[in-house]
Design a protein. Structure first.
Length: 214
């Protein structure tokens, strides 16, 4: 059975890790309570990507945290990751599902209401609402959807949803209050002086906020 928790979802970016390895960042984040990790690496060779995925799989195994691979279906298959995250211009969902099988997690980025409506036709496991706010981490994004965008999308979507883009401890609660099941962050954990402490703080905000919404 596929079971996963979207509440605190770390997405990696080596260029923001302040010289520390992703193994270090991910292990500290796991100790701090992240529930999913996505390996998202641009500008790296297939060999490096594969080796990095295998290293992160080892780091996450003791914590039982799923490793999701961004975009690269071949890497997800090669390292037997728990899942794949695809964007609107990546491998079509149907092909990814056919090759990965029904037991793997597949997430899809939605960048507007129509993407979310279209995603209702697909058996994706979650949607990533992208971007919620503008962010220097990724500048080639669709226009920011804001909290209203989250509200509109979760109202019509049949899938669990996580917000991404410009999320940190000052606005994390609002993402949950707008109806998302979780937050996805890159810099708020990856660039923190103490990634474990950053994850703990986000974890605590999410726990408090989820309690209020129940
Ligand atoms: N997709 C949409 S925004 C984004 C991605 C990968 C980057 C989010 O980074 P940060 O540092 O959490 O704003
Ligand atoms: Mg992509």
């Amino acid at each position: 059975m596929k079971s996963f928790d979207l509440s605190l979802y770390l997405v990696t970016d080596r260029s923001l890790s302040l010289g520390r390895t992703l193994e270090y960042i991910v292990t500290e984040a796991a100790k701090g309570g992240v529930t999913m990790v996505q390996l998202r690496e641009k500008d790296c060779s297939t060999l490096e990507f594969y080796q990095q995925a295998m290293l992160l799989k080892e780091c996450l195994r003791p914590y039982n945290i799923p490793l999701i691979i961004n975009d690269r279906l071949d890497i997800a298959l090669a390292c037997d990751a728990e899942g794949l995250h695809i964007g609107q211009s990546d491998m079509p969902y149907a092909i990814a599902r056919k090759l990965l099988g029904k037991d793997k997690i597949i997430g899809l980025s939605v960048e507007c209401l129509q993407d979310a409506i279209d995603a209702n036709e697909l058996d994706v496991d979650y949607i990533g609402i992208s971007p919620v706010f503008g962010t220097p981490t990724k500048t080639d994004t669709a226009p920011a959807l804001g909290l209203n965008g989250i509200r509109e999308i979760v109202k019509i979507s049949r899938h669990p949803a996580v917000g991404i883009g410009g999320i940190n401890r000052t606005n994390a609660a609002n993402i949950i209050l707008a109806g998302a099941d979780g937050i996805s962050v890159v810099s708020a954990i990856t660039s923190a002086t103490d990634p474990k402490e950053a994850a703990l703080q986000l974890r605590s905000i999410i726990n408090q906020t989820i309690k209020k919404t129940i």
